[in-house]
Design a protein around this ligand. Sequence first.
Ligand SMILES: C[S@@+](CC[C@H](N)C(=O)[O-])C[C@H]1O[C@@H](n2cnc3c(N)ncnc32)[C@H](O)[C@@H]1O
Length: 268
Amino acid sequence: MSDLTIEEWHAQFIRQARWTRAVRNQLYRRVNLLRAERVLDVGCGTGVITEEMAARCKGQVIGVDVDAAMIAFAQDKPFDPSTGLRAGFAQDEGSQAECRVGDAHQLDFPDSHFDVVVCHFLLMWVSDPALAVREMARVTRPGGAVLACAEPDYGGRIDYPEELPLARWQAEALRREGADPFTGRKLPALFTQAGLSANVGVIPSLWDDEALRAEFEAEWALMERTLAGMVSADELGHYKQVDWQAIEDSQRLIFVPIFYAVGRTQDG
Ligand SMILES: C[S@@+](CC[C@H](N)C(=O)[O-])C[C@H]1O[C@@H](n2cnc3c(N)ncnc32)[C@H](O)[C@@H]1O
């Protein structure tokens, strides 16, 4: 992933978690998170979703991520009142959550160990998403649930004004970083090939005027970092101006389809 500090990644993960919050809440209900005794968050990053789930269920929630720096941050990060996310579980004695280093391709847990196994913006980043989903299914108990909460598909990104080349740029930049920008459309295949039943949907999110303004600088800062060396500073500056003008004129529209999948392991 691009060269941001862990603090910058954490801020980005909190922003991303806002985009998917409403659907995430519905998905948690669908998989009965409230009653789950053992929950796994694969590719947990700085623990934003891990901690949210720990606050929603009475069971134990474990987050794993391949990046030791993310895990170190997850274990230390302070409470963040602006997001409402309790984020200091390492020091919180009452908490049932913990984060540890681990690889999605080889989960260090026995078969059928968890009631619910979740990932959020993970599969596009792993080198073998089919293996990662198989591993998620393996560690889920019969009749349990595997949830891919959010996998974007930048091939379906819509921008207005149409001259903005952001869909193409973003897909190229993600490929350069080793991610698959078209993961969303592959969720049904990934789940069924892992032996899971699959209910797949797309998050119905249009970014409104207020969100566009609030996220403009942060989104462009990330874009400028990821596109460095690929697009000239002049070109970036030009399209940033086009983007801002469209927002000022209340004409801007961005839609990035973010897919989710709810899978069930076979009962008994
Ligand atoms: C976009 S971040 C999402 C983090 C977190 N799920 C969230 O939504 O806040 C993707 C995360 O996947 C992790 N990751 C990538 N490949 C992985 C792998 N093979 N096993 C475990 N984690 C992995 C990265 O280190 C990164 O923290």
